[in-house]
Design a protein around this ligand. Structure first.
Ligand SMILES: *Cc1c(COP(=O)(O)O)cnc(C)c1O
Length: 422
């Protein structure tokens, strides 16, 4: 039986405007405050810092810029100011989340650092603390960790913070996807020495673009604001002692963010309802939702994802940037479900492809809980541990349409289409 396609496309996650955004952007235009200073910027910095529970925030052009500034800040704290033309992390290894968006990791490379990818665990789909421990055994000189909270689900933060402390390492938290999510009652973005969030168009609230760096140290925040406005010194003429960037948030973008802030909780509630409807709808199917530890964490449910049981996975081959699958009765695979979604005009997406599988990072070390490189095969086989959790979730998982404007009726149709894939 074929299901009638939606007339209006159901998106993975699209912006949801409420009207107040217009008020603040109009005000900025009417009063001529359309540059990178103004009331909207001051307000969103203040409110986001207060909401998350951090002392200082710097509004920036995007989450990637916030991560770049975070990485540069930590690099200089650890290794001093680099000579002109050199990165703050040159020749230094940095332990990074593996199953994440490339923007978590690229800023490490902007500063000349060498990412070492840390394998994922199955309980939250984030960095595995045991693998991080192993990485410190292998590369004990490392002093910086970049941790993402994938799809809005907090990682195993306690374990990771403890390991960082034991090794005197700084932690950067990439909370771009997890704004509003909490772990043991504290918001994600409060655990890193420095943290970053994003207001990209597909995030839980948006400015159309934009990002923010969070810290508890005034001097760090001031430094980032200076760097991100071309590192101008306080002189009447253009005076520069340091390399500068044009990374500051615009007051127009900040107006959109300002109008969105009151709706963060509403968006989270809508996303949570979507997650729960999928979970209920999939009961009895050999497929489960992206997991989290309900005892200690409250995700923001930014994206609902599913993972197909091993014994219900059909065969796939990837060739020249395409995936082909062989359909079998009772079995399906992500590419098949994505085709079925696409056929009814709904948008899904594969799981973020792990960084250690990306051609650009193919030479970077990858560390699993039982070892790294060639050593993995023997050590993991001996302990019967599966060592590439990220690759497994990538192979069996997918992101489902998670737009907060999707109605329960529309979602029922999507669930029906997925059931038909088995
Ligand atoms: C979106 C995202 C970023 C980048 O944010 P931008 O505002 O798009 O630059 C960084 N990390 C993760 C995990 C993201 O999902």
């Amino acid at each position: 039986m074929s299901i009638k396609p939606f007339e209006k496309r159901i998106w993975l996650s699209s912006p949801t405007m409420h009207g107040e955004e217009q008020k603040y952007t109009d005000e900025a235009i009417k009063t001529n405050w359309v540059s990178t200073v103004g009331e909207n910027i001051n307000e969103v910095e203040k409110r986001i810092a207060a909401k998350i529970g951090r002392k200082f925030a710097a509004g920036l052009s995007c989450g990637t810029a916030a991560l770049h500034m975070a990485v540069k800040l930590c690099g200089e704290k650890l290794y001093g100011r680099p000579a002109p033309g050199h990165g703050a992390l040159e020749g230094k290894k940095v332990f990074c989340s593996d199953m994440t968006f490339a923007a978590t990791v690229n800023p490490v490379v902007y500063e000349g650092g060498e990412p070492v990818f840390i394998d994922t665990e199955y309980e939250t789909w984030n960095m595995n603390p045991a693998a991080l421990s192993k990485a410190f055994e292998l590369y004990p000189e490392t002093r910086l960790v970049v941790l993402a909270h994938l799809y809005g689900t907090p990682a195993k933060i306690d374990g990771i913070v403890k390991i960082c402390k034991e090794h005197g390492a700084l932690l950067i938290e990439d909370a771009a996807e997890s704004l509003g999510a909490s772990y043991k009652g504290a918001q994600t973005g409060t655990f890193g020495d420095v943290s970053a969030i994003s207001f990209n168009g597909n995030k839980i609230i948006t400015g159309s673009s934009g990002g923010m760096l969070l810290t508890d140290l005034r001097e760090d925040c001031e430094k980032v604001k200076k760097w991100s406005t071309q590192s101008r010194e306080a002189a009447p003429w253009y005076q520069h002692e340091e390399l500068g960037y044009n990374y500051r948030m615009s007051n127009i973008i900040a107006g959109v963010v300002r109008g969105q802030i009151p709706y963060l909780e509403e968006h989270i509630a809508q996303k949570k309802a979507i997650y729960e409807r999928y979970k209920k709808g999939f009961s009895g199917l050999p497929l489960s939702m992206n997991p989290f530890d309900a005892e200690i964490s409250e995700p923001n449910f930014w994206l609902s994802c599913a993972i197909i049981d091993k014994n219900a996975l059909c065969r796939t081959e990837t060739y020249a940037l395409k995936t082909r699958y062989t359909k079998e009765k009772g079995k399906t695979c992500p590419a098949h479900i994505l085709d079925a979604l696409s056929a009814i005009n709904a948008e899904g997406r594969p799981i973020w492809k792990p960084m250690h599988l990306q051609p650009i990072y193919s030479r970077a070390p990858f560390v699993a809980a039982c070892g790294s490189g060639r050593e993995i095969t023997d050590a993991c086989v001996e302990k019967s541990v599966f060592y590439d959790v990220g690759a497994d979730i990538f192979k069996r998982g997918l992101c489902l349409p998670s737009d907060n404007k999707m109605t329960p009726e529309e979602q029922s149709v999507i669930i029906e289409a997925i059931k038909e894939c088995f």
